[in-house]
Design a protein around this ligand. Sequence first.
Ligand code: ADP
Ligand code: TRP
Length: 330
Amino acid sequence: MPTPRFLSGIQPSGELHLGNYFGAIREHVRLQDQGESYYFIANYHALTTVRDAATLRKNTFETAVTYLACGLDPIGPKNPSSKAVLFRQSDVPEVCELTWLLMTVTPMAMLENATSYKDKIERGLSPDAGLFTYPVLMAADILAQQSTIVPVGRDQRQHVEMTRDMAQKFNHQFGAPVFTIPELRLGEAPYVPGVDGAKMSKSYRNTIGIFDEGNTLKKTVMGIKTDAKTLEEPKDPENCTIFALYSLMATAAEQEELAAKYRAGGMGYGHAKQFLLEKIDATFGPMREKRKDWASRPKDVEEILQAGAVKARANARAVLDAARAACGIV
Ligand code: ADP
Ligand code: TRP
């Protein structure tokens, strides 16, 4: 079997949270041992929501630091033989040209059907062309690296399916196998609830930050919504956000132990929150330290991103040249 090539991206559109960690980053880090891994910071995509240069720059840096603190081991001048490649989307401007080529084979109806776009319309907001064509840029990201597997959360499934459609359509239209058709891979924890019980998402302001600590973290965890059962009453672990979050980090035995305490009664939600807090500290404590270290070395981070860009850009150039040739652009 040929070596798989994984590709995924994260938008630097706000502080990364546990949903991003369990739904995306943890999976990305694991996959670096299973094939070639390309991960990037989707700063062009973030422009559809972030409209402040300093914020975008800061978030872009923080996203790179997050990957590094969470254990990604990307190539760089100090680590030239590593498997993972970490880069900034905007350092591969070829994806913008590729987006145009793909747009010419993308039906309007396909984009009108995209949930990211439909959601915004339903909420009464007026979408711009950037948001409307967002899935085409995402397809260009995926196809430019000839990735075979795209590991993302469930919310991105439709975008990967659209990518496959666009690639097949282009290949068929121009009679040349220019694009590799990628497969979707859903992570092990594809759904992480937020403190209000809805999907954890920065747009819902219900997140727990990956590097939150101390009082900030405590306040957030203590604010997790629960039902109104008294301390004495037996509780249902299956329908509890605290338990769901705890389970993401606990062993099977630990989960069973806490579930038994829920069912027995006599344990308040405050206690369960305390267990969750301890679990978060134990899981993310070491990463917090690493984050502080990387954040103090912006030059090293930049070197890694530049080294990643060289590799990613070479792949994109080759794919773009083939796509241009196939459709008669010389
Ligand atoms: P947000 O919803 O906060 O804007 P993004 O859309 O930027 O997050 O998601 C970045 C990555 O993290 C994607 O791969 C997405 O599937 C994953 N992800 C985000 N939120 C969750 C969640 N609550 N559960 C699982 N995965 C998530
Ligand atoms: N749209 C993705 C998100 O919001 C980010 C992204 C952009 C991406 N390009 C991609 C993910 C290519 C995977 C592959 O999460």
